[in-house]
Design a protein around this ligand. Structure first.
Ligand code: UD1
Length: 363
């Protein structure tokens, strides 16, 4: 059976890695990887393939950055060509980025079956491009591989037939579990001169936080104040980096070693820093799950989350978009005891294997 995986952006790659391995281990599959090129910087793409031992993509479509229509449209045109040429039995798409949407649409229109890995999540916020992407991908997918029972509930409430919903668990946690022993041995905090539990790790790139000058300026000013108490390490996403440059906000961060704006980190290094962080501040989706799984406090700078179970079962707290609640929320974490690590449904390390086993049986 020929399986084509379509990926393109950073959060896709750790979800793809275990699926590629599971398809190989299971046997009976030929797996081709198609990279749209939505992300193209070394540290946003290639480093993940190297570290996670993902084979080089058979196709690299070079789509690059652009407005949503432009980026998604280019990916759609190119993916369609690849699917017509390769004639896969099934196309797998991952998560909720523009490449996910393009892959699902291209395959469905060519009547090729589609499996959506990480189906069923909903933020119920249609102003987020990811919500549109995941809803459309789910609508046209034949197999909805869900990461958590909450996703099954969402899909059932939308009237999706039960036979399309396959609760497999979270493939991103498969990757985390597989690599954790290696990651624990890394000395990243020491090499960066950071104390165990003595810093806040930050990632911010959502348009709702960084695409408005005043919002981004207030965030950086708040980070600077927090850094007087707690060292702040902020690997800056290229989108955020571009905004800081465009609006000349570099000066707002000051020149202290306690507020460090650095280049994006590799997967291994980033997880290693997460493990020893006092708290993580983010607007990413994936990091809410990873911190919850690791038992590290997480503050999410968003009004909503498509992963509500990270709040109820995990360590996550929503602090709303923008900087207004950041400083009090950090102070709350500093006062509180470290959370106890709890089990989270779907985080078991066998999600990718379940996908392979399901496909082998169904197709
Ligand atoms: C995309 C996803 C988002 C995901 C994020 C993870 C969509 C709609 N958004 O957002 O869900 O959380 O990836 O990183 O798919 N850029 C570079 N180098 C790169 C990639 C991007 O410089 O390798 C810059 C470009 O200026 C580009 C901007 O970042 O315009 C945004 O990239 P894009 O892929 O459009 O969206 P992200 O913000 O990365």
């Amino acid at each position: 059976m020929k399986v084509a995986s379509i990926v393109g952006a950073r959060p896709n790659f750790m979800k793809l890695a275990p699926v590629d391995r599971a398809l190989k281990a299971h046997g009976g599959f030929r797996h081709i990887i198609v990279h749209t090129g939505q992300h193209y910087d070394y540290e946003m793409s290639r480093v993940f393939f190297e570290e996670l031992d993902i084979p080089s993509p058979q196709y690299h479509l070079g789509v690059g950055s652009g407005l949503h229509g432009e980026q998604t449209g280019k990916a759609l045109v190119e993916i369609e060509r690849v699917i017509m040429r390769e004639k896969p039995d099934i196309v797998l798409v991952y998560g909720d980025v523009n490449s996910t949407l393009a892959g699902a649409l291209a395959a469905a229109k060519l009547h090729v079956r589609v499996g959506h890995v990480e189906a069923g999540l909903r933020s119920f916020d249609m102003t987020m491009p990811e919500e549109i992407n995941r809803r459309v991908a789910d609508t046209v997918s034949d197999f909805l591989f869900t990461p958590h029972p909450v996703a099954d509930d969402n899909l059932r409430k939308e009237g999706v037939e039960r036979r399309r919903i396959v609760m497999v668990g979270d493939t991103m946690i498969d990757t985390l579990l597989e690599n954790l022993p290696r990651i624990r041995r890394l000395e990243t905090p020491r090499e960066m001169g950071l104390e165990e539990g003595g810093y806040m790790l930050v990632t911010l790139h959502r348009p709702s936080n960084v695409d408005e000058r005043e919002s981004l300026k207030a965030i950086i000013a708040s980070l600077r104040r927090v850094s007087r108490e707690l060292t702040v390490v902020f690997p800056v996403h290229p989108r955020t980096r571009a905004r800081i440059g465009q609006w000349r906000l570099g000066g707002v961060s000051g020149k202290s070693d306690r507020l460090r704006l650095i280049a994006p980190l590799s997967y291994m290094k980033f997880v290693r820093l997460m493990l020893s962080a006092r708290v993580v501040l983010t607007d990413s989706g994936s990091i809410q799950v990873e911190t919850s799984f690791l038992g590290v406090p997480c503050l999410t700078m968003r009004d909503n989350t498509e992963r509500p179970y990270t709040v109820t079962e995990g360590t996550n707290r929503l602090i709303g978009r923008g900087a207004s609640m950041m400083e009090t929320a950090v102070a709350d974490v500093m006062r509180a005891r470290r959370p106890v690590r709890r089990r989270i449904a779907g985080c078991h390390g066998r999600a990718a294997w379940r996908i392979a086993a399901y496909l082998a049986q169904k197709i």
